[in-house]
Design a protein around this ligand. Structure first.
Ligand SMILES: [Zn+2]
Length: 289
């Protein structure tokens, strides 16, 4: 299978646990948005289900993996915008999936993306699954906002922390996508260590322009009053007041230690802005010069 950029230490640790058959019952993949958590969760699942534990691409499980694998379930939030969530019906379906015996091999794997969007009712239903571990099942929760999950959920999972991808790795990887080295450098800076974002920007020149415009604006208003910031950022928002205010809060709070902020405040701001609170400011500021 093709190489996944970044978080090599995490990948090696996970692959080692599959090969050594030392899997935990449930994992919590946490770290900034768009850095490859979901990609690695899928690669992890393929290895868990593979007959030779290394995603060989040849065994019957790997052949099924290319289509719909009967022992793999991937859940994402449903709905639109801020209303997107993972409801109790989705969790019930997942519980049902896990209760049935594996069809192809010895295990079943469930991956829940944006697990912070589980509703209260869904979380309660899901807790029952976490409380009944079975060697037949492996669960992976993926989130950029682990503090939005109940402590009782977090404590039942083995947390795996992911990091932003270093610039040198990003540039090397982007260069392998057959783009010019200048573009690779620019995309690496704009994406701030997030391969997913770099890929998105690569495919979407309009988004790329927006990101550059926002970064320029950010650098222009950094020393201005809140009112000026509000005015400036309103340009980029649909619900002008709420979103712009949130963005200012984010800008002002970003220089503090994020652990000082009430978790829900920060989660809400992050969601409104569709940014993650680990967003690095240094790469952004380096664009000022
Ligand atoms: Zn295989």
């Amino acid at each position: 299978m093709s190489e996944i950029v970044g978080n090599k230490d995490v990948q090696e640790r996970l692959w080692y646990t599959v090969e050594g058959n030392r899997l935990a019952h449930a994992y919590l993949f946490s770290g900034p948005e768009e850095i490859g958590k979901k990609t690695i969760a899928h690669a992890f699942a393929q290895r868990i289900l593979c007959e030779t534990s290394n995603a060989c691409g040849l065994c019957s499980s790997c052949v099924q993996w290319r289509g719909v694998h009967p022992d793999f379930l991937f859940i994402v939030p449903e709905g639109e915008g801020l209303r997107r969530n993972i409801g109790v019906e989705q969790v019930r379906a997942a519980r049902h999936f896990l209760q049935l015996s594996p069809q192809a091999g010895e295990r079943k794997v469930l991956v829940i993306d944006e697990a912070d969007r589980l509703t209260g009712e869904a979380t309660n239903a899901f807790l029952k699954t976490l409380e009944e571990p079975s060697p037949r099942m492996v669960i992976v929760l993926v989130t950029a906002m682990p503090w939005m999950l109940l402590a009782t959920v977090r404590s039942r999972c083995l947390t795996v922390r992911f990091s932003l991808v270093p610039e040198t790795d990003m540039v090397k990887w982007l260069a392998s996508l057959k783009i010019s080295s200048g573009e690779a450098q620019a995309l690496s800076k704009l994406s701030g260590g997030r391969p997913g974002r770099a890929k998105r920007l690569l495919k979407d020149p309009v988004a790329r322009k927006d990101v550059i415009a926002i970064l320029r604006l950010f650098t222009e208003v950094i020393g201005e009053s809140s009112f000026e910031k509000l005015k400036a950022f309103s340009v980029f928002t649909k619900n002008r007041t709420l979103l712009a205010q949130s963005r200012i809060l984010w800008l002002e709070e970003a220089h503090r230690d994020i652990t000082e902020l009430p978790p829900h405040t920060f989660g809400l701001i992050s969601r409104l802005l569709a940014v993650d609170p680990y967003a690095p400011f240094d790469p952004i500021l380096s664009l000022v010069s």
